[in-house]
Design a protein around this ligand. Structure first.
Ligand code: FAD
Length: 324
């Protein structure tokens, strides 16, 4: 009943979200009195794989072959299927992000395995296997039963805390069978957004909507983001209008983010927007309209004009930091 966790590394390094996944996978393996394994694609820095042992991973498999250097859902899912079969794994944990959501369904089809996407907590029970996931764009929860022998789960970011459970870890290289049909799609060049943290990785996001009136007004949001060491994001109309780059657009048709703090400024809080942000730990809304739906989703709200409130907030944070 071993559990396998798919871990992503960025230039050889893991992020906090990876350790959340490892913690979750390891806690599930404990329910089965079984072991927790991890797989990663591409070479990792020295000691990086071993760091998974701190969160209960007993064996880590590294797929170093150059063919797997760039993300390819087809070849990655084939390799994972091979590993699942080799290790007789019964539960596989993926991140509920772009990678997880493109690999897991392929694995599900290949192995006829049930898939629970967007899971938010540990299983409600393991026999029968019932687990809670978000549904209706995050508006509700559903407890679903996975009846298949092999079970696939994608876990929402920030849904599970880090659980330290140090074990001795064994690191191995895994060489999947190379099948040319899995490499029909080839990445020629990867252009990285230099110096800027992807919004999906930001711990804090300052996000602007149409209430910001125009692109020339973004300075106050950037200043607030700077003092908070935060990233910046936006609603869809803002990116459609070309006020901000499309990679900052969050929501149903944009990126799904789950920072610890999401500050929504001049954003009404339409359901399509909330679908991308409601896994955030804390939401702060700044809006002139006290009836704006964003206040229902927010943990803290300020009814006021962004152009007055945001500079004051930035100043207050600066003063607070200076006092410390
Ligand atoms: C199929 C579909 C998919 C969609 N996908 C997405 C998506 O992924 N992401 C997304 O964001 N939207 C998406 N939308 C659009 C969504 O329905 C909303 O239209 C959009 O989110 C509204 O953006 P907004 O809140 O920036 O603008 P508005 O709805 O225009 O809201 C602006 C807000 O700013 C406030 N405001 C105005 N002036 C100030 C001020 N001076 N200070 C403070 N507050 C002020 C107003 O009170 C208002 O609440 C989608 C729509 C459809 C139909």
């Amino acid at each position: 009943m071993a559990v396998l966790v798919f871990t992503e590394n960025w230039d050889g390094k893991f992020k906090k979200a990876t350790f959340e996944l490892a913690s979750f996978a390891s806690e599930i393996s404990k329910l089965y009195n079984s072991e927790c394994y991890a797989v990663t694609f591409g070479s990792t820095n020295d000691g990086e794989l071993a760091s998974l042992g701190k969160f209960g991973v007993k064996k880590a498999f590294e797929i170093k072959n150059k063919k797997y250097q760039n993300f390819n859902a087809q070849s990655y899912s084939a390799a994972i299927v091979e590993l699942i079969e080799k290790l007789s794994v019964k539960t596989v944990i993926f991140p509920n992000n772009y990678s997880g959501r493109s690999i897991a369904p392929r694995v599900s089809v290949k192995l006829k395995a049930g898939f629970a996407p967007g899971v938010t907590s540990m299983p409600v029970s393991i026999d029968p296997f019932i687990i809670r996931r978000k549904v209706y764009s995050g508006k509700a929860f559903a407890d679903i039963e996975l009846k298949t022998d092999i079970k696939l789960i994608s876990l929402n970011q920030n849904a599970f805390k880090l659980v330290e459970n140090a074990v001795e870890i064994q690191v191995e290289e895994f060489m999947p069978t190379i099948n040319d049909t899995d490499f029909k799609l080839e990445t020629k060049e990867v252009m990285k957004n230099k110096g800027k943290l992807p919004i999906t990785d930001a711990e804090i996001l300052v996000s602007g909507g149409r209430g910001m009136k125009g692109p020339e007004k973004w300075g106050i949001l950037e200043e607030l983001a700077e003092v908070l060491h935060a990233g910046t994001s936006c609603s869809r109309p803002v990116s459609d209008l070309g006020w901000r780059p499309s990679e900052e657009h969050v929501g149903q048709t944009g990126k799904v983010v789950s920072p610890n703090l999401y500050i929504a400024v001049g954003i009404s809080g339409a359901i399509q927007h909330l679908a991308g942000v409601n896994s955030s730990k804390n939401i702060v809304a700044i809006n002139t309209d006290p009836e704006a739906p964003i206040f229902e989703a927010a943990d803290y709200g300020i009814v006021g004009d962004a152009f007055e409130v945001v500079p004051k907030l930035t100043q207050a944070i600066k003063s607070f930091k200076e006092q410390k």
